[in-house]
Ligand binder design. Structure first.
Ligand code: NI
Length: 247
């Protein structure tokens, strides 16, 4: 069930049976020469809807913008400041908690969000802990990167051994090619495998280190049929993790 397509009566009814909600979170940022700007949020949303369809969990609207300051050297990239994103996530969780949601399961498509999302969860818990005479709160937040979990990551390793990379990965590009095959573009990349991950700072520094936007990846190897396998694996990974979180 999608929150966007439900009525308030549907939501009340859902809350009788479950207090959990899945929230896809990603980014709007460059993904190398053949990856879509929306890769991170589109992938997270596609997987979240797959989980919702499979087990009847509520799926909230996608957080399509994320912490992407390091990608601003490339056209089309948009960032939220960490402070903006923390405030947005905290307001969304508190709004939904107001109605009775207790378990917030974020499916994340962008590693650059991890620090900020973790800080947002701490902001929420801190505001609960700081209440005088506070009562135990049932609010629990969890976030997983779909690409890090066991089934999806082992398929990525099988398909692109040692070169899935850290940004504009072959796996995330394959997944977007599966649900948007009309966007597939054969692009020559040189070098075929991008320079490996190393610490970077602002967006000018990032572009100097990674001139075509990729980190350690070889997304010229991406294929829609790889994306189909990755999708099935990621949905299974996330169903398992969501059910464990709700138990
Ligand atoms: Ni990405």
């Amino acid at each position: 069930m999608q929150l966007s397509l439900a009525t308030w009566r549907d939501v009340e009814q859902y809350l009788v049976t479950s207090r959990g909600i899945i929230i896809p979170v990603g980014a709007t940022e460059q993904h190398g020469p053949n990856g879509l700007i929306g890769t991170d949020h589109l992938d997270a949303e596609f997987i979240a809807k797959g989980v919702g369809d499979k087990i009847g969990a509520m799926v909230a609207p996608t957080l399509a913008y994320g912490m992407s300051q390091h990608h601003l050297g490339f056209a089309g990239s948009v960032t939220l400041r960490p402070s903006t994103m923390i405030a947005m996530v905290a307001d969304i969780v508190r709004s939904l908690a107001r109605h009775g949601f207790e378990r917030f399961f974020f499916i994340n498509g962008h590693a650059g969000n991890i620090g900020t999302m973790t800080a947002a969860f701490d902001e929420i818990y801190a505001s609960l802990s700081l209440q005088p005479n506070g009562h135990p709160s049932p609010i629990r937040c969890r976030m997983l990167m779909w690409s890090d979990e066991k089934r999806a990551s082992s398929i990525a390793e099988e398909l692109y051994p040692g070169v899935n990379g850290a940004h504009a990965t072959a796996a995330e590009v394959s997944l977007s090619q599966f649900y948007h095959p009309e966007t597939v573009k054969p692009v020559e990349m040189s070098p075929e495998v991008a320079p490996p991950f190393a610490p970077f700072y602002d967006c000018v520094d990032f572009r100097t280190r990674y001139p075509d936007g990729r980190i350690g990846s070889a997304p010229s190897r991406s294929r829609p049929e790889h994306g189909e396998r990755l999708f099935a694996a990621a949905v299974e990974d996330m169903v398992e993790a969501y059910q464990a979180f709700m138990a």
